[in-house]
Structure formats: C-alpha cells, structure tokens
Design a protein around this ligand. Structure first.
Ligand code: ASP
Length: 359
C-alpha cells in the first residue's frame, strides 16, 4: 500500500490537477456517487520510514492515490471520483479558502450523492462547523482524516477514509449537516472536538456523545444532530470571500491583561471571542472597543458546559467552543445589519434546539 502510493504520486498528481477523475476500478452502475475532496493533512502524509508515526510531511499524497489504495473494496460500495483542493496542513488554510471549499462542495453535490472531505485533524472541527453552517445542499458531507500518516504501519488513514466513504455512500446522514468520522465513530460538526494530539481515538463530542459508529455490520446511527435540515442565512453566494470580517480569539485566565484586546481593536478586528469569561483588564479594553463597534462573544474554554457571562454587550456562545464561535461570529457579522442581529443569529443557529413539543 505504502510503496504504491508513493510511487504513483507524481503521475496521479498530473491527472488530478486536470479535474475530477473517476477512481480506478469503479463500476458504472447505479452505485451512489461520492466525491472525495483532498486538502492534505496527516491522512495524505508521507514519511521516509514506515515507523515514523509522528514525524512526516502532511499533504504529500494526492487524494487519487489514497482512493486507489482502497480499491477494489471502495468501488464495491460507491462510484468514487476525486478532487484535490490542496496539499497543506489544516492550519495553513484561510477563511477565504474555507469559503472556496464550501462552494466547491455545493457544486459537487449538484451532481453527486455525497461528498467526503479528507483533511487535517488539527482544525477539522472548524472546517466541519464552517461547512455545517454554509453548505446549502442537504446531501451528506463527511469529513475524515488520520492521526498517523498514510505511509505508517497501522495507519488509521485507510480505514478512516474507507469508513467515511461508507457513511457518505449510505446517505443516512442527509440533513445532518457536516459530520466527522474517524476511529469508527461519527460525530456532529457542532459537537465534535479533538482531544489528543497523538492518539487515533482523538475525536469526541463531550456534551452530546457520538451520533453513531461503523463496524463490519455497517453504520449504526444512534441519534441525530439538533440542527437537522436547517438552512442557515449564511449563503456564500451573497457573502464575498474577500470581504469576510476579521475576527479573533483571546484566551482568558487569572489576571489576563487587556493589551491584546486593544491591539486587535486597533488592527481593525470586527469581532472578538473570549475563550472563557474575560478578566477585568480584558473587559475594560473590550468595552472601549465595543463602543467603536467591535462585537464581543464569550465562549466556553473548558471541555463541556455553557457560559452565560453577566456582562453587558457580551453575546454568550453557550457551549460552543471558541474556535467555532469565532466562525459563527465571522459569518454573522457578514450577514447581519447590527450587533443585535448578530446576537439573534447566535441564539438561533449557535445553539439549535431539537424540534420538541414546546407547548
Ligand atoms: N498537522 C496536521 C493537520 O493538518 C494534523 C493532522 O492532519 O492530523 O492538521
């Protein structure tokens, strides 16, 4: 598997750059059409040695090679085609790139039944949540990655990609928004977070648990996300990729100074998320910045539970983690008329409620 990937990388890259190509050995019957979009990350990583589990270069292998390594098995469950979006580590992508990726996913879903995005794990939860908020199609969007490079002995890349294609091909997560699957588990984009920098069982949803699991018997779905079939107001065809408002995160801790808040305000940042409840020094600077138009959000810096800071003008992100609250803030600032509307968008889309009987 490893040698074939590395040796065919150059040839495959030349083919993939030309656009969507059918994966080898895939049938022309009525199997579900799944497009696998590669962005790089560890799953596409390669190392000199097969026992380099943590030292490797991410994003070296074209996604076509990864899919080819899974033939013929993957061709038995789906009609797979591939697109290379990029070959970088996940933290190298910008929100303008995220905007492009969402549009690409929607374009692919116009013809395909489902999309898989193979990407880096470090910011996977951010990309998943961005896609959750912005993709217009209700068809399944499944993200996956790996904690060990594709070339390592016992890499989790091949089973993770195979399982992601299985989840996508099954189409049972239609209307779930984006889901993340690694290590045989399926998680909702809003809930999932990376917990370990090293272990393959890194992803968890501390507040709600997993949506389901994948085993030899197939996909077992145990619950649905609260946001089922939601179409958000964040229509990227109406939001310019080059004019996304700048937003930042400031971490909170005992006696945190307010200088970074002032520096961000002076740099033209339009929205600020506090990871935790701001210290007095941070809050003082934040109030001054808010008078000049900066919108403030407080999010949970801990693993689970919600924040409700009793601070005038600070929007509570509930249990949304800071890195996701920042994405919602970016999109809300782009779509809203004023801070009050940003707060309304947070209430409605930041913490969607399950459709229970509220009488
Ligand atoms: N540094 C890697 C990234 O692109 C880690 C990974 O892919 O798992 O996020």
């Amino acid at each position: 598997m490893m040698m074939r990937s590395v040796l065919t990388a150059t040839l495959a890259a030349a083919v993939v750059i030309a656009g969507t190509v059918p994966a080898e050995g895939v049938g022309r019957t009525a199997k579900p059409k799944v497009v696998v979009i590669g962005t790089g990350g560890t799953i596409a990583g390669a190392a000199e040695s097969r026992v380099s589990f943590e030292s490797y270069r991410p994003g070296r292998l074209p996604v076509a090679d990864l899919v080819k390594d899974l033939q013929p098995e993957v061709g038995e469950i789906a009609d797979v085609s591939v697109r290379d979006f990029g070959g970088k580590g996940s933290t190298d992508y910008t929100l303008a790139d995220y905007h492009d990726l969402s549009r690409l996913v929607d374009r692919q879903l116009a013809a395909a039944d489902a999309v898989v995005v193979a990407t880096g794990t470090q910011t996977m939860e951010e990309l998943a949540y961005w896609l959750d908020l912005t993709v217009r199609s209700p068809k399944p969007v499944v993200l996956t990655g790996a904690m060990r490079p594709w070339t390592a002995i016992g890499s989790d890349g091949p089973p993770n990609l195979y399982n992601a294609i299985r989840v996508a091909a099954g189409r049972r997560t239609r209307c779930f928004g984006a889901v993340v699957t690694l290590n045989g588990e399926i998680f909702a984009a809003r809930e999932v977070t990376k917990t370990s920098t090293q272990r393959p069982d890194t992803f968890a949803a501390p507040e709600t648990g997993r949506l389901g699991s994948i085993g030899d018997q197939g996909v077992t779905l145990l619950s649905t996300p609260a946001r089922t079939c939601v179409k958000t107001p964040f229509d990227l065809s109406k939001i310019s990729r080059d004019k996304l408002p700048r937003t930042e995160i400031v971490y909170t801790y005992a006696q945190a100074g307010g200088e970074p808040v002032k520096a961000f305000a002076d740099a033209g940042v339009k929205g600020l998320v506090f990871a935790g409840t701001p210290s007095p020094g941070q809050f003082e600077q934040a109030q001054a910045a808010a008078k000049k138009g900066m919108v403030l959000v407080a999010a949970n810096r801990n693993t689970s539970g919600a924040v409700h800071p009793d601070m005038p003008g600070v929007i509570a992100a509930q249990d949304l983690h800071p890195q996701k609250a920042r994405l919602l803030l970016t999109l809300s600032l782009a779509a809203a008329r004023d801070p009050r509307q940003v707060a309304e968008l947070f209430a409605e889309y930041g913490t969607p409620q399950a459709p229970g009987d509220r009488s």
